[in-house]
Design a protein around this ligand. Sequence first.
Ligand SMILES: NC(=O)c1ccc[n+]([C@@H]2O[C@H](COP(=O)([O-])OP(=O)(O)OC[C@H]3O[C@@H](n4cnc5c(N)ncnc54)[C@H](OP(=O)(O)O)[C@@H]3O)[C@@H](O)[C@H]2O)c1
Length: 267
Amino acid sequence: MTATFPVPAWLVGCGNMAGAMVDGWRAGGADFTGVTVVRPSGTPVEGIRTITDYPDERPRFVMLGFKPQKLAEVAPGLAPHVGPETVLVSMLAGVTAATLRELFPNAGAIVRIMPNLPVAQVQGVTAIYSADDGFDEITALIASLGMIAVCRREEELGVIGAVASAGMAYVARFIEALGKGGKALGLRPEQAEQIAIQTLVGTGAYAAETAASMTEIALRVASPKGTTEQGLAVLDAPDGLQQLVDRTLAAAVRRGKELAEEAARRN
Ligand SMILES: NC(=O)c1ccc[n+]([C@@H]2O[C@H](COP(=O)([O-])OP(=O)(O)OC[C@H]3O[C@@H](n4cnc5c(N)ncnc54)[C@H](OP(=O)(O)O)[C@@H]3O)[C@@H](O)[C@H]2O)c1
């Protein structure tokens, strides 16, 4: 699906995350005519007009791609450019729609998103939440980057952030551990991690193509009384993987709430 921007479109801040989204849109053949990146460094973004101050136009789409701590500094200068014709999209973790509405009172729809880095490969998971109407074009734009998860409640953004955005780091740790385990059992270090990574890639491809559940995939690998079953018994123990993952996600969600409270106090 080729992305179409409501133009004029401004990408305010374009670092790791917004840059990954741009990479995904570019990979999907997006037309960047009418799209402008505004960033203080002016560092060029391939194929997109990149400038350091807001152009003289009324944007129909504004995406906030800077750190949440910058919001108080950015909002006063940006807000006068944002009117009822503007859909304001924020990826700022922990900054609520209510806070954004206070800072951008004239915006049309205000939409919060929580993407993850594989949007660059058009394999992303992006959570999306809005209390407003009138942003179908944005939903399509985000959906062109992979999977879109529509949130009914704003709090779900933080949970999806923990599972999918931070989750990428957790999966990376598991794969690293798998590789280290292989190394401890005698594999060459560089070979061990590559084998673990390819196992992840292969499992993902297998799951996507067969649509088998994870339970079913484990069953297909584990023959009764075989080697896989012995390993699964360790992972499935009461103090095993699920408990570890539950504690990991709980810690991330808890920190997200703390950051949200800090952001509310700051703005
Ligand atoms: N990284 C992730 O996995 C992830 C996942 C979900 C959500 N997010 C959210 O994405 C946002 C950006 O994170 P990031 O990791 O991409 O940060 P980052 O790489 O540090 O990029 C920050 C961007 O903000 C720009 N910026 C700084 N001050 C600005 C200002 N006054 N006006 C306009 N732009 C300004 C920077 O411009 P210059 O380059 O010109 O300095 C840079 O392009 C955060 O709010 C975060 O919560 C990140």
